[in-house]
Design a protein around this ligand. Sequence first.
Ligand code: ZN
Length: 60
Amino acid sequence: MPPLFACSSCGVQIERSTRSYLQHRGRVLCSTCLDRLEAAGDAPTGPAGESNPAPQPGPG
Ligand SMILES: [Zn+2]
């Protein structure tokens, strides 16, 4: 029986292997939070929001 860990997002108790727990440095997510992250399109940079950078004003 795998040990129980608390989801890093919602805190629910989930079963995860110690190997997986160590791989994620103690950050484990339950299936619900994983689905939410995938649905939201987990972006590695900054919060959600499309803001295209303005073109640099220069000669040309
Ligand atoms: Zn969760």
